[in-house]
Design a protein around this ligand. Structure first.
Ligand code: IPM
Ligand code: MG
Length: 372
């Protein structure tokens, strides 16, 4: 038996509902494999503001630091829109990413066959799509200083943020992209705005130099981020791995998610550097937000959160085999025509959050019976 510690941070809005389904899957894995889990639950975001007065309490951060993996739901909601900027729910998530140094955010965009028609793009453009966006997550304009809003005294104000990257930050995230490409189709597209930004020029030069030094076997090309946004819609299958900065990655990954039909399908992993024992800090979260408009109604799609747990099995617990079983179960459930509202199609069976989680469980059970 290998025991792993997990901190679950359901967060706000639909975060609670989707994480309840993830817990069912975790229990299934502990009942049916040689893995077992030690689970702690805590607050993040708005619920943490209500419970502790801050969006990420120090005690929560320490639990996350000690854990093998953190699973998060979503943060944010209109009830906390008026709180001070640096204690907004989102600030809790940003602090968690920064404090754990989760510099590499992996956002796969995979089109499941059964969902080809859920995409707003033509089926032939997206069928079989499987791209991996590697977003830098602890630097750039999200964290650069100076930042702030200053009063110019003449009825005018001035808002400032700073885009800043060092060679170390660029190289470590590019390395993750190159390593992933080696296990995939061997291609990396690096995106920046080297035509207008010095930080982008440095990004391009450093990625090029690292590639020449260590990753000659991987095919590298560079693309301006705006062109990448266009190419993702024109011909998304040209991409294998995309590596880009924090802000461009935020935008491009939302765009890529819609190629798959719904933001409700996209998982993510945020990883730190591996220590000498191969252990790395890791946070797994669906790409979607807290969806206050449907929160508490049992309508949310839990598949992105469930697929995020599958990523935890692969990247933190080194059990890609079990992660794959969960991915197959999700694919199978979609093929059965079971759908939450966000991916609903003619002739399919509409279900809520809990029924979707149960369908994945039943399919896992059936897969197990078939394998026996
Ligand atoms: C994301 C989200 C976050 C971000 C918000 C909630 C701070 O949009 O994870 O993509 O901008 O990084
Ligand atoms: Mg985003």
């Amino acid at each position: 038996m290998t025991k792993h510690s997990i901190v679950i941070l359901p967060g706000d809005g639909i975060g609670h509902e989707v994480m309840a389904e993830v817990k069912k899957i975790i229990h299934w894995v502990s009942a049916n494999t040689d893995l077992s889990f030690d689970i702690t639950e805590d607050h993040l975001g708005g619920t943490a503001i209500d419970a502790y007065g801050v969006p990420l309490a120090d005690s929560t951060l320490e639990k996350c630091r000690a854990a093998d993996a953190v699973l998060m739901g979503a943060v944010g909601g209109p009830q906390w829109d008026k709180v001070d900027y640096n204690i907004r729910p989102e600030a809790g998530l940003l602090r968690l990413r920064k404090e754990l140094e989760l510099f590499a955010n992996l956002r796969p965009a995979i089109v499941f066959d059964a969902l080809v028609d859920a995409s707003t793009l033509k089926a032939e453009i997206v069928r079989g799509l499987n791209i991996m966006i590697v977003r830098e997550l602890t630097g750039g304009v999200y964290f650069g200083s100076p930042r702030g809003i200053e009063d110019l005294g003449n009825g005018q104000r001035r808002g400032v943020n700073t885009q800043v990257y060092t060679t170390m930050e660029i190289e470590r995230v590019a390395r993750v992209a190159f390593e992933l490409a080696r296990k995939r189709h061997g291609r990396v597209t690096s995106c920046e705005k080297a035509n207008v930004m010095e930080s982008g020029k440095l990004w391009r030069e450093d990625v090029t130099a690292l590639h020449a030094r260590e990753y000659g076997d991987v095919q590298l090309n560079h693309m301006y981020a705006d062109n990448c946004a266009m190419q993702l819609l024109r011909n998304p299958k040209q991409f294998d791995v995309i590596v880009t900065d924090n802000l461009f990655g935020d935008i491009l990954s939302d765009e890529a998610s819609m190629l798959t039909g719904s933001l409700g399908m996209l998982p993510s992993a945020s990883l730190g550097a591996a220590d000498e024992n191969g252990k790395r800090a890791a946070l797994y979260e669906p790409v979607h937000g807290s969806a206050p408009d449907i929160a508490g109604q049992g309508k949310a799609n839990p598949l992105a959160a469930i697929l995020s747990f599958a990523m935890a099995l692969t990247y933190s617990f080194h059990r890609g085999d079990i992660g794959e079983q969960i991915e197959w179960a999700v694919e199978d459930v979609l093929a059965q025509g079971i759908r939450t509202g966000d991916i609903m199609a003619d002739g399919c069976t509409p279900v809520g959050t809990a029924a979707m989680g149960d369908a994945v469980l039943q399919t896992l059970e059936r897969q197990k019976a078939n394998a026996a």
